[in-house]
Design a protein around this ligand. Structure first.
Ligand code: TRP
Ligand code: SF4
Length: 346
């Protein structure tokens, strides 16, 4: 890898097949950055374990799914390093060192972590109501989530982190930790990692809520044209419209019209806007046309994915090679870190 390029690091938790929101919000950005940066893209299975430590049966399958979606989307293993977090033990070691210098109240303050804890506490309460012996799901490991994420980034001394808005709070903590390390050990070794946000608008789920697998409102990258169309038919539209001839309000059609504004060219957008407002466009036809646009947009990715699905050995090979490279670089950084911290050498 050329030395003069800046380093980018980002990751996703392996929770299964990815949806088009992942693609538009994060993956597309990752693909575009490949030429200009040294890119490390992690399948963050330890982060998945912070909450799903009881559900490990499908973890391997999920890792393969994520890698397949990435490759189908255009992440090029000749350019970018794709790896599995748990294959890089140096991350865990750096996590230990960072956890020593991270004040407890910095972690407690992280609003993104607070949100996760809140969602989980609700689940725990429900679980405990059913089964009073159920142990709390909020673990020591979960508290370390943002510190572990900082270790992910700092193990390659990355300076940029392309993520969605939801991760910005974690990253602020990463910068604080990097700065504190530099201050304590009187060095300028670590970069303070900055978020690199996309301008892409957040893609909502078909019900208008945040798109997510667990909400059953997502369209998968791997969905067929038929399933995509079926899901779009379920999408909410301008609720004030009852009859086909009622004038519609595209701006209040927060799923279908918003998708048009992302997947259609301007001419088409204008036509939809005009016809909808005039009451000459039926929502059903409007959705059929939208489904076609989306299916067209993801045609190549889906074809590539179908091919890749047939070749799990290749996917595993990519992960193996990527993890090997990531480990080499991680070992170099860790060596420097231990040296800076005056740790015992043999
Ligand atoms: N926490 C991120 C998410 O849930 C995934 C992640 C793990 C990550 N390690 C990272 C993102 C390092 C950016 C950098 O999406
Ligand atoms: Fe939305 Fe299209 Fe119906 Fe207008 S016609 S309300 S844009 S689905």
């Amino acid at each position: 890898m050329p030395e003069n390029k800046k380093t980018i690091m980002s990751g996703m938790r392996p929770t299964g097949k990815l949806h088009i929101g992942h693609y538009m919000g994060v993956l597309k950005n990752w693909v575009e950055l490949q030429n200009d940066y040294n890119c490390y893209y992690a399948i963050a299975d330890w982060h998945a374990l912070t909450t799903k430590y009881e559900e490990t049966e499908e973890l391997n399958q999920h890792i393969i799914e994520v890698a397949t979606d990435w490759l189908a989307s255009g992440i090029n293993p000749q350019e970018s390093i794709i790896y599995v977090q748990s294959l890089i033990p140096q991350i865990a070691e750096l996590h230990v060192y960072l956890s020593m210098i991270t004040p407890y109240n910095w972690v407690e303050r992280d609003p993104a972590l607070k949100d996760m804890v809140q969602i989980l506490s609700k689940k725990t309460d429900e679980q405990e109501a059913k089964d009073p012996t159920a142990s709390g799901v909020i673990t020591y490991g979960l508290l370390g989530y943002p510190v572990l994420q900082s270790a992910d980034i700092m193990i390659f001394n990355a300076s940029l982190v392309p993520v969605g808005k939801d991760q910005v709070a974690h990253l602020e903590l990463s910068r604080d930790i990097a700065r504190k390390f530099n201050n304590i050990y009187k060095t300028d070794y670590f970069n303070e990692p900055q978020p690199k946000l996309t301008t892409a608008p957040l893609l909502k789920g078909i019900d208008g809520q945040k798109m997510g697998k667990s909400f059953n409102n997502d369209i998968k990258l791997s969905d067929s044209d038929e399933i995509t169309a079926k899901k779009i038919m379920r999408a909410i539209t301008d609720r004030s419209r009852i009859k086909r001839t009622d004038p519609g309000h595209p701006d209040e059609c927060e799923v279908v019209y918003t998708y048009y504004s992302i997947f259609a060219d301007e001419t088409t957008q204008n036509i939809v806007r005009k016809e909808c407002s005039a009451g000459t466009r039926g929502c059903k036809d409007c959705k059929i046309e939208l489904a076609n646009l989306i299916n067209n947009y993801f045609k190549n990715i889906r074809e590539k994915r179908k091919e890749l699905e047939q070749d799990t050995d290749y996917i595993k090979q990519v992960i193996f090679e990527g993890s090997k490279k990531a480990k080499q670089r991680a070992a170099e950084v860790l060596y420097e870190v231990k040296d800076i911290m005056n740790l015992y050498k043999v």
